[in-house]
Write a protein that binds this ligand. Structure first.
Ligand code: PRE
Length: 284
């Protein structure tokens, strides 16, 4: 099964795609938008996208992308330990002037560079693997933040290993597709919604529906509605499957008190309790 990921080969997303299952064939793509578009149009069956990181928080482009699609559903998730390495074609850090990587990866290592190499310029590029290719072509004054495999693949030296600011640096990836996922008994559902107007207790009224039925929420996030200041889209992840009558009851109640609700998908739990499932957690 073809799965689009942020390429080229050797990115963190590539590692996550391969870990999703042996039947997966990774298809490198240039941007998160290209992955969304290809899955939406049915050109590829699935895509994998980072959605949140334990150091940096939400991957906002992916969060925003989810509400603008019509056919896409979240069909799976997996959590990865992300270990960043400072890579270069050169052999020492003294020569380094510029370090390239994906903006998320740069942010996850910003303190390391501020403390140790304040004069090195950090520059964003499309992905960590793209950064490795560029650093190789530019020569020893350029470095890249990437994973070990990318370093090996592109013939770079590890100048410093584990340069992420927090030792425990995890990224949660979602898998998107166009078909519903059947309930497994250990599922999660993601929804997004917004309100008609801003009034006291509006968010509380939504949260109360979950509390009343003893449903565990695992994440709540808000994003600007991209209108005037103060207008937001809320995202909630919770335990349970959208086909469960109890969850359907909650969703019906929420529909009545919000302007719109979008069910982003129900899928098998890949983190928290699911941490033990070997195929769902990995290290890149
Ligand atoms: O640049 C890559 O290698 C990616 O796969 C992207 C990405 C991200 O956007 O979150 C994936 C995991 C890490 O959190 C850092 C970068």
């Amino acid at each position: 099964m073809e799965m689009g990921y942020l390429g080229p080969e050797g990115s963190y997303s590539h590692g996550a795609a391969l870990a999703y299952g042996s039947e997966v064939t990774g298809i490198p793509m240039q941007s998160f938008s290209e992955i969304f578009e290809a899955v939406e149009a049915g050109k590829i069956k699935m895509g994998i996208l980072p959605i949140e990181n334990s150091t940096e928080g939400a991957v906002t482009m992916v969060m925003d992308g989810l509400i603008h699609t019509k056919r896409i559903q979240i069909i799976g998730e997996l959590v990865f330990e992300i270990r960043h390495h400072l890579l270069s074609i050169g052999k020492n850090t003294e020569e380094l002037q510029v370090v390239l990587s994906h903006p998320q990866a740069l942010e996850q290592c910003r303190e390391f560079f501020r403390k140790n190499y304040p004069n090195i310029r950090l520059l964003a590029c499309e992905s960590s693997s793209q950064a490795c290719i560029a650093a190789k072509n530019k020569g020893p004054s350029y470095g890249a933040i990437g994973n070990k495999l990318a370093g090996e693949r592109y013939g770079l030296n590890i100048l410093s290993d584990q340069v992420q600011d927090n030792l425990m640096n995890q990224t949660r990836f979602i898998v998107i597709g166009r078909e519903d996922t059947k309930a497994t008994g250990r599922d999660k559902t993601s929804i997004a919604f917004s309100f008609h107007d801003d009034h006291p207790g509006s968010l509380y009224e939504v949260l109360r529906e979950f509390a009343k039925d003893n449903i565990n929420l695992t994440r709540i996030e808000s994003r600007p509605a991209k209108a005037e200041l103060g207008k937001y889209v809320f995202y909630i992840d919770f335990h349970g499957h959208k086909n469960d009558p109890k969850i359907q009851g909650i969703l019906k109640s929420i529909e009545k008190i919000t302007r719109w609700v979008k069910i982003l998908g129900s899928y098998p739990l890949g983190d928290e309790e699911g941490m033990q499932q070997k195929t769902r957690v990995g290290v890149v």
